[in-house]
Design a binder for this molecule. Structure first.
Ligand SMILES: C[S@@+](CC[C@H](N)C(=O)[O-])C[C@H]1O[C@@H](n2cnc3c(N)ncnc32)[C@H](O)[C@@H]1O
Length: 371
């Protein structure tokens, strides 16, 4: 067994920073099951202060390059170290030891301003979004296909695209839907600008979708590649976002076309003094009464069948939501009723954390049976 320690990424959001070490342990526990070669000892994962700074420490059979390649993408991992000597006492057995940095190669294909440029009320925390995507991926049958094919992610409540951007960052295809016209338009403007500014070879279009001469939605479509050669060879990433009610995604996305479905549900709370807040936003967002005709749980019940249809067998769905407005058992019940197998072992129950006085966030992961 070798011993490792990872340094937690400093977070700009103080509330999230408080929860980060606990979330990091839970994320590591779920990801360890998806490691291609090595194994992490579940009981060894601990939060440890070394030199007064919080680390997550763990013991593992010697990690292969491929294992490290997966762990490098942990949402709160800043730097990974391997203990250079025999087990010591205290601080996770790492006290007073030399820590050797492990070289990391993240999946990231683009500059990280893709994730950070857009700032708006209701944006889901970027680090948390990455965690939700990682945990969903690790729980699907496809984590080991990362190196061999392009995966696809659908966010059926995509807002201004935090999940989609993280999926694009990983080199995946990304599909989304949101009912809020302002969100979809702002995202379409952002994506087209960003592709141009980065001088990436691309095609992009934002236009109405017509059926029987009636406009039924507006849709952003984009194809692009990280390099000119990839673009020339047709090795492109696809991004597609429709402005539509999420229960209608079957009209726009083929059945079984997404490897993963990842969504941050409306929080069901009204923030601030303006009754016209955004439709069901994330942290510090307002749930405008206009589009929050349904409670988050009713929305989940109504939309889950369409989401499951869009998911490939063997794929996984990950949602986050405010437990103050919907109980975990009820949200899990909605997913099970739609034909998913909800994952509920100990690591999956360790993601609950406080966002503010009105929001305690949790996540649920469920799998679509292989066939
Ligand atoms: C918590 S926010 C997601 C924020 C997003 N992750 C981001 O960072 O921009 C929930 C989203 O659900 C959308 N929404 C609420 N009800 C919807 C519905 N029936 N159909 C589609 N989108 C809906 C809202 O417009 C909002 O953008």
């Amino acid at each position: 067994m070798n011993r490792y320690a990872f340094l937690i990424l400093p977070s700009h959001n103080r509330v999230y920073a408080d929860a980060a070490p606990t979330l990091a342990r839970a994320e590591l526990a779920v990801l360890s099951a998806a490691l291609p070669d090595g194994r992490i000892e579940a009981e060894s994962v601990a939060e440890t202060a070394i030199g007064g700074v919080p680390y997550v420490t763990f013991a593992a059979s010697e990690l292969s390059q491929r294992d490290v390649g997966l762990l490098a993408n942990l949402s709160s991992l800043y730097a990974l170290f391997e203990a250079a000597g025999p087990a010591g006492a205290g601080a996770g057995g790492l006290a007073g030891e030399l820590l050797r940095p492990v070289p990391l190669r993240r999946l990231d294909r683009f500059d990280d301003d893709l994730l950070t440029i857009l700032k708006y009320p209701g944006k889901t925390n970027e680090q948390f979004t990455k965690l939700l995507l990682n945990v969903t991926l690790a729980s699907s049958a496809f984590a080991r296909e990362l190196e061999t094919r392009r995966l696809s992610v659908l966010d059926p409540l995509c807002g201004r695209g935090t999940t989609l951007n993280q999926a694009v960052m990983y080199g995946f295809d990304a599909f989304g839907a949101d009912i809020d016209a302002r969100d979809v338009e702002a995202y379409a403007v952002f994506v087209q600008r960003w592709l141009k500014d980065k001088r990436l070879k691309h095609q992009a279009d934002f236009s109405p979708v017509r059926r029987d001469r009636k406009v039924v939605a507006r849709r952003l479509t984009a194809e692009f590649a990280a390099t000119k050669d990839e673009y020339k060879a047709g090795d492109v990433q696809r991004l597609e976002v429709v402005e539509a009610d999420t229960t209608r995604i079957g009209e726009f996305f083929r059945p079984a076309s997404a490897d993963l479905v990842v969504a941050d549900l409306p929080y069901g709370v009204q923030h601030g003094s303006h009754g016209t807040g955004r439709a069901g936003g994330g942290e510090r967002a307002g749930d405008g009464a206009r589009t929050l005709a349904r409670s988050p749980l009713d929305l989940l019940r109504a939309a889950a069948p369409a989401w499951v249809k869009a998911l490939r067998p063997g794929g996984a769905l990950g949602i986050s939501w405010n437990t103050r407005v919907a109980r975990r058992e009820d949200a899990a019940g909605a997913l099970a009723a739609a034909g998913l197998e909800v994952l509920d072992s100990a690591p999956y129950r360790a993601f609950r954390h406080r966002v503010d006085q009105a929001i305690t966030r949790d996540i649920l992961i469920a799998r679509k049976p292989a066939s």
